[in-house]
Design a protein around this ligand. Structure first.
Ligand SMILES: Cc1ncc(C[n+]2csc(CCOP(=O)(O)OP(=O)(O)O)c2C)c(N)n1
Ligand SMILES: [Mg+2]
Length: 361
């Protein structure tokens, strides 16, 4: 029903909690338990602190690079909260919050951006693929997982995240078309944060919405206020159920905003106006969610201050552990690119060892 009511060609955006924290479509409020709501909020709060501190560490020369998440917390946590434990997240690189919710430890995420690939080595029961910077690849990988899940009757839904810019890549179309043709349980969540580095959303495609691209695949598509955690939850819940029941993929466009820079190597003041950022700061997903929780009597400003202190402490301690771990042994790059080393890699490893023996660093 949701997908019929929010047909992407009718340009209606799903919204439950408006930017002031008021419920605008009470009939759609998922009425989640206090426990579920607080788990979501606490993940976002930790993600926000970890995001801000990652930038500081990078600026202090202590972290290699980092792609900020600030502003996109609801789009990520709302979607993940709607999944089952066995479902897969196939992330790109700006998914700190989604990864945290799915059970990846902050220490691992930090270790990766610190420059140690072992940070991508998650626990067996964590259904998250490694960070993948190759734009668009997420959709094909997730389509493959979804197809395998269908053949092996595993009841696992695969969720790929991709940016607005990523929807211009071939793999977005290939993966979605494949999954649609084979009714594979795939959900693609576009994080439309309005920018692909310095390229605005308007330059990425002539289509009025990104959700309407679903029409060409013959699947449901829905545009959602991505800063509204309840709307993201409801849309993803329905999408995952649709996919799980054998009806094929769903495309979700989360309309959100990257409040920070693209990465720590980017200066957004060169290509976007301050007023635009200020306007989106008012629509911050955390402000409205906090108000919703306080209105419900589930949370208070005092608890919020305490949580912030705890998070700051935890994040600081976590980063200390990461620094103590340090960088990976370079040999691992040769050893684990494939299951077994190819003759070329063996040769390169021997060359590297010789270089070390001769005093190279
Ligand atoms: C295949 C490929 N081409 C180019 C790049 C370089 N690149 C990194 S991020 C990015 C922009 C991505 O924009 P978007 O898809 O909107 O995601 P966002 O960064 O906004 O989260 C580009 C072009 C890449 N990583 N992979
Ligand atoms: Mg983008």
């Amino acid at each position: 029903m949701l997908f019929k009511n929010y047909d992407p060609l009718k340009k209606k955006q799903l919204s439950i909690l408006d930017w002031k924290g008021n419920i605008v479509t009470p009939e759609l409020d998922p009425k989640l338990s206090k426990e579920e709501l607080l788990k979501m909020y606490k993940t976002m709060a930790l993600g926000r602190v970890a995001d801000i501190k990652a930038l500081q560490y990078q600026r202090q020369g202590r972290m290699l690079t980092y792609p900020p998440n600030r502003g996109q917390e609801a789009a990520q946590v709302g979607a993940m909260a709607a999944l089952e434990k066995q479902d897969w997240l196939v992330p790109a690189f700006r998914e700190l919050n989604a990864m945290l919710y799915k059970g990846v430890k902050l220490e691992q995420i930090y270790l990766y951006w610190f420059g140690n690939e072992w940070g991508n080595h998650f626990d067996e029961d964590v259904r998250v693929l490694p960070v993948n910077v190759i734009i668009g690849s997420q959709v094909n990988h997730a389509a493959g997982i979804a197809y395998a899940s269908k053949i092996l009757k595993k009841n696992e839904v695969a969720v790929a995240t991709i940016g607005d810019g990523g929807t211009s890549h071939g793999e977005f179309y290939e993966g979605l078309n494949f999954a649609a043709a084979f009714d594979a349980p795939l959900v693609v969540v576009i994080q439309n944060n309005q920018w692909a580095i310095s390229t605005p959303r308007s330059k990425a495609t002539k289509a009025e919405t990104l959700a309407q691209k679903a029409v060409a695949f013959g699947i449901p598509g829905i545009q959602v206020d991505g800063n509204d955690i309840l709307a993201m939850y409801v849309a993803t819940k329905e999408a995952a159920e649709h996919a799980r029941s054998g009806k094929g993929p769903v495309l979700i466009e989360a309309v959100t905003y990257r409040l920070g820079a693209h990465t720590t190597s980017d200066d957004p003041t060169i290509y976007r106006k301050d007023e635009e950022v200020k306007e989106w700061e008012l629509k911050d997903p955390m402000i409205r969610f906090k108000k919703y929780l306080i209105d419900k009597g589930f949370w208070s400003e005092e608890e919020d201050v305490k949580l912030d202190e705890e998070n700051n402490h935890y994040v600081g301690e976590t980063f200390k552990k990461v620094e103590a771990t340090g960088l990976a042994v370079l040999e691992d790059i040769f050893k684990y690119t494939y299951k077994e080393m190819t003759p070329q890699l063996l040769e390169q490893l021997a060359e590297y060892k010789k270089y070390l023996e001769e005093g190279g660093k």
